[in-house]
Design a protein around this ligand. Sequence first.
Ligand code: F6R
Length: 608
Amino acid sequence: MCGIVGYIGNRQAAPILLEGLSKLEYRGYDSAGIAVYNGERIDMVKSKGRLKVLSELTHDGEKLPGTVGIGHTRWATHGSPSDKNAHPHFNKEGSIVVVHNGIIENYLKLKKKLQKKGYEFVSDTDTEVIAHLLDYYYTGNPLQAITKIMHRMEGSYALGIIFKAHPDQLFAVRKDSPLIVGHTDGGNIIASDVPAVLKHTREVYFIENEEIVQMTENTMEFFNVDEEPIEKESVRIEWDVNAAEKGGYEHFMLKEMYEQPKAITDTFSPRVKDGRIVIDELNMSDEEIKAVKKIMIVACGSAYHTGVTSKYVFEGLARIPVEVDLASEFRYRNPILEEGTMVIVISQSGETADTLAALRESKKQGARVLGIVNVVGSSIAREADNVMYTWAGPEIAVATTKAYSAHLIALYLLAMKFAYTKGCIDDSDLADMLEDLKALPAQVEMLLNNKERIQKFANRYLAAKDIFFIGRGIDYAISLEGSLKLKEVSYIHSEAYAAGELKHGTISLVEEGTLVVSVLTQKDLFKKMISNMVEVQTRGAFVMAVTMEGNTEAERAADYVIYIPETNKYFTNSLAIIPLQLLGYYVAVGRGCDVDKPRNLAKSVTVE
Ligand code: F6R
């Protein structure tokens, strides 16, 4: 997804912009550009490709002197990745310059109108419409022009804007795309996300929908769409600056896998007090919890997979029916949310467009929405009725690992809380489960330390064509995530199947040497799984099994076995996923893939 950085102050803007953009690379991009006011005119350099190209073109920013500027990394939506479509975009005279994150949905209509008035377009982007529209409405007052275009634009946008006629000012505005601003020593900075400003400040303001910021070197004023001044409070960011860097690991993905024990601890320990689960932010009385008749979980990708796992946990522990839906499906299927339905949306970024839309649809229908979110202050966090943060810290690798693990913990805690409140589990069950939860971080660490063994195994499958993942019950949910992790980073096709479904079609794809990863952590399903493993093994598959310590029977039907330590049957996902994450990671590394930024993917998917 696109990234924005803007600076106004007493320092050279271009190096600050380039450095800030480098901290947003994780969002995914295909071109980049910066524009700086040089005392006479606004100079711009932009190009397709990585930021390195932009740094070279600008001699690390030296070629663009000036103390006010905006920069952008673009992930193409309208118009292919190219120099001309890269941001920033100018109006005709080069007197207004804009960077944009989001999509202007009515841009074609606006473009036609502007063309009729004589405006000429040089790019295929929706963003260029914004520059010309500002030009059309600008009569000397930038704030007025900005509010006017806000009334005309439909869709999502975070914008950074400079007017040549007001070189001592920088403007920013947002609707449905993230944007923050921070005051630095001798200037102000805007950005799409926190890592871009951490070097300069820890106090940031989260810009809300339809809010505008007008900045000078020393001042920062906020306005609503009616041009009325508004008051905002800053939020202190406690992250360690290094947390947003690779910290000695070869890839962010590996580093973040290693941060899982901490992410798990940080997510559960503040919510366990005196042997009880305390989730203040849930803000529900025992009566309200007991009144929940159904839970609807909505999310995308890996977050959806945590939802699939928690269906088994909620239903098994708290005996509440759970429906899990992909957000992109939910929002368009006219969902039925009867009284007593609680909606849980899960999102690492808190900005996923489909999940946000599902949240809004649920609220429209009167449902209570709980967000389980990693990014503090994100759109989903702000719009949900209640938000339960996972404390996984910034996740930079596109493929999620630590946020996935933290989401699972939040969901276990919720299910346990509901189960206890409803009387489905008693004090002793709760105490046992909490013991098992507390043991998870050390167990995860132990599995991570086994990485060399998995790496060796992974190296045997670098040329695989297809890989299958099978499991039953919770193990099916684990398989879904194991398969996604492998395919998204290694580009090897893989599929996850409920093991019982294999013979309804998929087994015909199994041939000599096909790797079938079998997950069997559920005691009551061991025997059934072993039968499914034998079925594929006799058809030539190489079977890798992930199972519980002591289940040596698995060796009967597997060629290679990874054992995970004993835990509560509802928590096995948190352990079984570790070898599967490592498998995906090492296959990708062995194949020379761009592990942290797999092709065609973006970390934060803010378009539907
Ligand atoms: C896969 C992955 C994605 C995300 C999905 C939802 O490794 O990271 O599938 O899980 O795009 O993103 P969030 O959680 O930010 O809503």
